[in-house]
Ligand binder design. Structure first.
Ligand SMILES: N[C@@H](CCC(=O)N[C@@H](CS)C(=O)NCC(=O)O)C(=O)O
Length: 203
């Protein structure tokens, strides 16, 4: 059975949300955001940087939320509820694009977390914070245009890439209102209404 290593609100929320959407059995190892736990030898043996998410499935140990999403979608290739897009699917290329674009968006949010939470005031940089805020807005603008004409990132409907990008939007809302991005705001409201999102956000 899969074990997922997770910290509340972290990138591992993507993996947790995906597993809840699929409704499969797994073991959740919820950890505090505490470096004495994340950098302990037993966890470093699972993720060499001591970050989350990480997943263990039998003799497979995997980190990187994008890789975990692809692995989980391929392992649980539910015909009645396909959240992946397999090779040969007309939207496979776009599925891969948005899966990885999710990190392009999230790194700006993560940088803003550093600037506002982890770095103490004399060392904070208003210049970096402003730059990261602007780059985050640009990245959200791209999604806003796509969502002007469709409900989800793929025309074929909700998929794991909405979970990947949806988490990045969720993170962005810690730092900005989505008023300038009405399509992203409506998309985020749709995603946040999903029971699997709410369950993953609360864990
Ligand atoms: N690209 C990685 C990023 C993983 C990552 O940096 N996770 C953060 C939480 S959002 C983390 O574990 N930070 C702990 C640390 O840096 O010590 C992924 O998508 O899985």
């Amino acid at each position: 059975m899969i074990t997922l290593y997770h910290v509340m609100g972290a990138r591992s929320m993507r993996s947790l949300w995906l597993l809840y959407e699929l409704g499969v059995e797994f073991k959740l190892c919820a950890m505090p955001f505490d470096l004495s736990v994340l950098r302990a030898d037993d966890y470093l043996a699972i993720h060499p940087l001591g970050r989350v998410p990480a997943l263990v499935d039998g003799d497979i140990t995997l980190f990187e939320s994008g890789a975990i999403a692809q692995y989980v979608c391929e392992k649980y290739d539910l015909k009645q509820y396909p959240l992946g897009r397999n090779p040969g699917d007309p939207e496979r290329a776009k599925w891969l694009q948005w899966l990885h674009y999710a990190e392009t968006v999230a790194v700006h949010g993560a940088s803003l977390v550093q600037q506002t939470v982890f770095i103490a005031p004399p060392d904070r940089s208003p210049v970096v914070a402003k730059l990261e805020g602007r780059r985050l807005e640009k990245a959200l603008g791209v999604i806003d245009q796509i969502l002007a004409n469709q409900t989800y990132l793929l025309t074929s409907g909700f998929s794991a890439v909405d979970i990947a990008v949806g988490y990045s939007v969720h993170l962005a809302t810690r730092f900005m209102k989505l008023d300038a991005f009405p399509n992203v705001a409506a998309y985020y409201a749709r995603l946040a209404a999903r029971p699997a999102f709410q369950r993953a956000a609360a864990e």
